[in-house]
Design a protein around this ligand. Sequence first.
Ligand code: NIG
Ligand code: FE
Length: 413
Amino acid sequence: MRIRTDFVLRDIGQLLTMDGNGSAGIGLLTHAALAVSDGKVVWTGSDKDLETYCTLQSDTEIVSAGGSVVTPGFVDSHTHPLFGATRQDEFAMRAAGATYQEIAAAGGGILNSVKRTRSASAAVLEENMKHHLSIMLSNGTTTVEAKSGYGLDLITELRCLEIAGKVAGEVPQTIIPTFMGAHEVPVEFKGRPDEYIDYLISEVNPRVKEQGIAEFVDIFCEKGVFTPEQTARYLAASTDQGFALKIHADEFYDTGGTAVAVKAGATSADHLLSISEENIHLIAESKTVATLLPGTALFLNKPFPPGRKLLDAGASVALATDFNPGSCFCDSMPLVVNLAVCQCGFTVEEALVSATVNGAAALGLEKHKGRLVKGFDADFVVWNCADFRTIPYHLGNPDVAVVYCTGLKVYST
Ligand code: NIG
Ligand code: FE
């Protein structure tokens, strides 16, 4: 029986299906076509075989890609888009020689964003998030994880998650909200991180669960923020409460956060700029995805994460932006893919798999997102180029031509 279609993209010069075959998993098809029904991919193959396998009805929309490259939309599995104000003042202070930690100690950093997020109106929070989601879309990103974590009190955290849930229903992308009440110790609990963890576990997490918007919790395990012990305690309690887990681990110092993540069964451990050799092997042998955020290393002038070592050890490595107002004000997955290739030892093919397939795995969406194979969501990008290697090669200007989410055209240049 031939396959019913309601949308067909023909004359694709290079289709990266990411089906796991071919050069490092990109599943490259040339002179290809892609058929969609009800927002899902139903067939991919050689353009000349399209009519053998698919029924083109009178109302099937048929579009030519004009020989261009088509890839799955990027899955940006780590962002912080719920904030009240930007922090370009701190950026300028860093440029003049201050460190990220010095600025935080002087009242800047995450706690600065907390002040400005608590006092921001819902309209401002919503506008900031939507503005950056639209830039992400123009960079080819069709799935975005969105963390709270600039509220650090019950009311503001719930309010931010509620806004994320509302925005999710109003933008074309798929949005995955994450609760990050454990982003920092708020002023009310200064010097009492254990009590703040107790408060999160007993008062806030249950309300977040009841609200039903966030599937994941995340915690910043770092020298001066939460210790590995506090992190392990929070993650164990969150598991019992029914949350899936993420962790900011081994970013500035090797505190062993990666080992805590693996032991807790976290879906991903993120940053890993300072991960030890031992923990590279530990995460490689686990199911936890190693999410690298090279934009943050660039923005803070830190050493880049050890991508090649993680890949060689066999880890599942995802790439994401870490978009946030402090340590990485960057919405661009094409730039992140470039940094992975130019600074972290990825091949172009590995970087594209990490930014799609493995990003989806970092969100538990590996059966729906990140590939263009039968049954997956038809989220894809038509690029203004004929060779997929142009995507990271063209530094600073993404060659995005058209973006589709669930088979619908949602952006074009
Ligand atoms: O992922 N590392 C912790 N949190 C953010 C930074 C947040 C900020 O500076 O506002 C990050 O880089
Ligand atoms: Fe982050």
